[in-house]
Ligand binder design. Structure first.
Ligand code: CU
Ligand code: ZN
Length: 167
């Protein structure tokens, strides 16, 4: 009986350990805008899923990147630094030729300024030892304009209207 209880306890603990990690952050409005929303990152096994929900954007297309520094303190979010690029690649479109590890792409805000972007990858992790994958300590930036996937090294995405410190 005791052994049965112990083994079922071990089983429960094993499930808890293999279970996913979720972190939710509030988006900070930047550059005099009133951008609002949340960014949720979930790691399940080797896959990280980002669920980005944004409101009060200007309608249309906005670039979204992970930038190298987890610092949103500057009014224009310049404190977040450039695109997170641990592999020293050119800026580009995710999954196409060369791209930065932070080159998530674009989101599309509707006429009310609301947007949602779901993004899934096994190239990131939440807090693992591999710093070429770890997004903790970086930031997520939402831009005023769209990413053209060509202009180096920024995608010509304009100012920074929202910023999230991923801690
Ligand atoms: Cu950016
Ligand atoms: Zn880039």
């Amino acid at each position: 009986m005791k052994i049965a209880m112990l083994s079922s306890l071990t089983f429960v603990v094993a499930i808890a350990v293999s279970c996913s990690t979720t972190k939710t952050y509030t988006i900070n409005s930047k550059s005099g805008t009133s951008t609002q929303g949340t960014a949720t990152f979930t790691q399940s096994g080797k896959t990280v899923t980002m669920d980005l929900n944004v409101s009060k954007l200007t309608p249309g297309i906005h670039a979204v990147h992970i930038h190298e520094k987890g610092d949103c303190s500057a009014a224009d979010a310049s404190s977040a630094g450039g695109h997170w690029n641990p592999t020293s690649h050119k800026h580009g479109q995710w999954g196409h030729d060369e791209f930065h590890m932070g080159d998530i792409g674009n989101l599309n805000a509707d006429q009310e300024g609301n947007a949602r972007l779901l993004f899934k990858t096994d190239k990131w992790c939440l807090g693992c030892v591999d710093e070429s994958k770890n997004i903790i300590g970086r930031s997520l930036v939402i831009h005023a304009d769209k990413d053209d996937f060509k202009t180096q090294p920024t995608g010509n995405a304009g100012g920074r209207v929202g910023c999230v410190e991923i801690k």
